[in-house]
Write a protein that binds this ligand. Structure first.
Ligand SMILES: [Zn+2]
Length: 315
């Protein structure tokens, strides 16, 4: 049995997947905030509860916001800041008395979709989460590519390719740079672009979410349609640079903005001029497991070897 845990900023989710791939149970609880010791206790408690209920021990994979630094083994790049610099892997392995595999949450998403989701059977998969932020993960032959710095797939803080007009130098990003892909392709990025595009007063554009923009565009509003068209063009340029480097068979979109239907026809139409190839056969598809992809991917971190065969994977 494989147990997957998805540690989020506000909730912790757990899943048990039987050896035949069937889901046996799922649990969800609030995540302790600003408290490392309680986070650790909650993770261990959830695994114990699942094993007690099912009466069997499992392998444990954990998806985390951020990643484990290959240099130190400590958590880095996490927006759950109370985890940063903590020996989460070492502490949880001690509490649960077994090796545990960790991965970035976007990597778990990509692994889930590559294992039995929208990209099942594909050799090279790039998974993208477009929501509050813009995360990415790479899976090759159903294994997460971690990378030397454990940041493989983290494209959101690259500059938007072929930037022009107001895109350059572009909006300030929380990472300290300007014009990052995330500032355009995240939900807040789309909402901001729409809000800034029309008349400044009385236009009803302030406080509008990315979801609203998509709904207004579907309803025929010209400003929203134009904002979405800009969004598609930017996504096409950003993904074309990924295709040029990684050449994935499938790109899977997850997160709130993946629900916008027109992306799947318009973006591939727009990316060809930016890809160094006579034809582009890469498929752009929507995630099939939705919000459950993170926790499912965490469980699949133990897809290859049995727990006795390998120490925990750093990354
Ligand atoms: Zn940035």
């Amino acid at each position: 049995m494989r147990i997957g845990i998805d540690l989020g900023g506000t909730k912790i989710e757990g899943i048990a997947i039987a050896d035949d791939g069937r889901e046996r149970l799922r649990r969800r609880m609030a995540a302790p905030r600003d408290d490392y010791a309680n986070t650790l206790a909650a993770l261990a408690g959830l695994v114990h509860d699942i094993e007690q209920e099912l009466g069997v021990q499992g392998t444990v994979g954990v998806g985390i916001p951020g990643t484990l630094s290959p240099a130190t083994g400590l958590v880095k790049n996490s927006n759950s800041t109370w985890l940063i610099g903590r020996p989460l892997s070492e502490d949880l392995e001690r509490l649960l008395d077994r090796p545990i595999r960790f991965a970035n949450d976007a990597n778990c998403f990509a692994l889930s979709e590559a294992t039995d989701g929208a990209a099942a059977g594909a050799d090279v998969v790039f998974g993208v989460i477009v929501g509050t932020g813009t995360g990415g993960g790479v899976v090759i032959h159903r294994q997460v590519l971690v990378g030397a710095n454990a940041i493989a797939g983290e494209w959101g803080h690259n500059p938007l390719p072929a930037a022009r007009g107001i895109e350059s130098p572009g909006p300030a990003c929380y990472c300290g740079r300007r014009g990052c892909i995330e500032t355009f392709l995240s939900g807040p990025g789309l909402a901001r672009d729409y809000a800034e595009s029309g008349p400044s007063t009385g236009s009803g554009q302030a406080g509008v979410t990315a979801e609203d923009v998509a709904a207004r565009a579907a309803g025929g509003e010209a400003l929203a349609d134009a904002a979405l068209a800009r969004y598609e063009d930017r996504m096409a340029r950003a993904l074309a640079s990924v295709i040029n480097i990684l050449d994935p068979d499938v790109i899977v979109l997850g997160g709130g903005l993946s629900n916008i239907d027109r992306l799947y026809t318009n973006v591939p139409r727009l990316w060809s001029p930016h890809v160094f190839s006579d034809r582009v056969t890469t498929r752009l598809v929507r995630a099939v497991h939705g919000d459950a992809s993170g926790v499912r991917g965490a469980a699949w971190l133990w897809e290859k070897e049995p727990p006795s065969a390998q120490r925990s994977q750093r990354g």
